[in-house]
Design a protein around this ligand. Structure first.
Ligand SMILES: O=C(COP(=O)(O)O)NO
Ligand SMILES: [Ca+2]
Ligand code: NA
Ligand SMILES: [Zn+2]
Length: 305
């Protein structure tokens, strides 16, 4: 069933498990996410960035809503990295049930102002809101944040931000970054910071940049003709520690991008004569389902629906 982000995340924080929030850009990705969640009796969030909305529009949003409404587990449709009040309102009009307003690259007061506007509008429509404080490294869809500008979330500031905005859940910068290159080897996750923020707050916390970039998928990507550098993602153990301390929503995009591409490349390489789209995108859907299954097990949301 299609529900709001709060419906899914408030129990997750209380239950000390994480809920995967997976980015989608087409039907097969959406099916892999929701069908795998149903198979494992897990709540799940499907998110679309502004780029995905540009790419698939209401067509894609309707596919997600329709599969979510018929699903036998709770599913929210979430706007990922909403960049403005207007973008948030448009997504609500499209039927999104959870909205991120990401104004974290602005100074604190401006971030508060922007976030509070969206919270008031979204709450009037019964929609829950994610906002962000602190700055991840890596590439956020609409801005490049290089290391020197990335800054981790200050716990006391987080308390003030939540009080002043009324945000329902909060994305915090704790060492993760977007994309396939999260740092040399195992990216450093500031668990003390997570645990401090969790001890001072009671709303669900969000970890962006939480793809694991599994070595097996990276190897298959290379073996099937893909080119990728020394990619590294967040370690399963780091995610498990974090979900035990306030992190309730865990954003994953890169892993699905890699998995889908591996599926397609492997078919095209093995069967050069193949041109049936079902034979090309079907196996890609299966690789994504395997990656999603692993993530749901790591996050501990299996059986929670
Ligand atoms: O935070 C993410 C995705 O992060 P990854 O690149 O690690 O999948 N989306 O908002
Ligand atoms: Ca941001
Ligand atoms: Na988000
Ligand atoms: Zn993100």
């Amino acid at each position: 069933m299609l529900v709001t982000g709060n419906d899914i995340l408030v129990p997750a924080r209380a239950g000390k498990y994480g809920v995967g929030s997976f980015n989608t850009n087409n039907m097969e990705i959406t099916q892999a996410i929701i069908h795998t969640a149903e198979k494992l009796r897990s709540p799940v969030m499907v998110q679309m960035s502004e780029g995905a909305i540009k790419y698939g529009g209401q067509d894609l949003a309707n596919i997600v809503k329709d599969i979510a409404e018929r699903a036998t587990v709770p599913v929210a449709l979430h706007l990922d990295h909403g960049s403005s009040y207007a973008s948030a309102l448009k997504a609500i009009k499209m039927g999104f049930t959870s909205i991120m307003i990401d104004a974290s690259h602005h100074p604190f007061e401006e971030n508060v102002h922007e976030t509070r506007r969206v919270v008031e509008a979204a709450h009037a429509m019964g929609i829950s809101v994610e906002s962000e404080l602190g700055r991840l490294g890596g590439i956020e869809e609409h801005i490049v944040v290089d290391e020197k500008d990335a800054f981790l979330t200050d716990p006391e500031e987080a308390v003030r931000f939540i009080e002043q905005t009324g945000t329902d859940y909060l994305a915090i910068a704790i060492g993760t970054s977007h994309g396939a290159y999260k740092g040399k080897g195992r990216p450093y996750i500031d668990h003390e910071r997570i645990e401090k923020i969790a001890s001072l707050t009671s709303i669900p916390l969000v970890a962006h940049g939480s793809s694991g970039v599994p070595a097996e998928i990276v190897q298959r990507f290379r073996d099937s003709g893909g080119e990728i550098g020394d990619a590294a993602g967040i370690a399963d153990e780091d995610l498990q520690r974090a979900t035990g301390h306030g992190i309730a929503k865990v954003n994953v995009d890169t892993d699905l991008r890699l998995a889908m591409t591996v599926g397609v490349r492997e078919v095209l390489k093995a069967s050069p004569k193949e041109f049936d789209p079902r034979k090309i995108f079907g196996p890609a859907r299966d690789v994504m389902a395997q990656v999603i299954e692993h993530k749901l097990r790591v996050l501990g949301s299996v059986g929670k629906a």
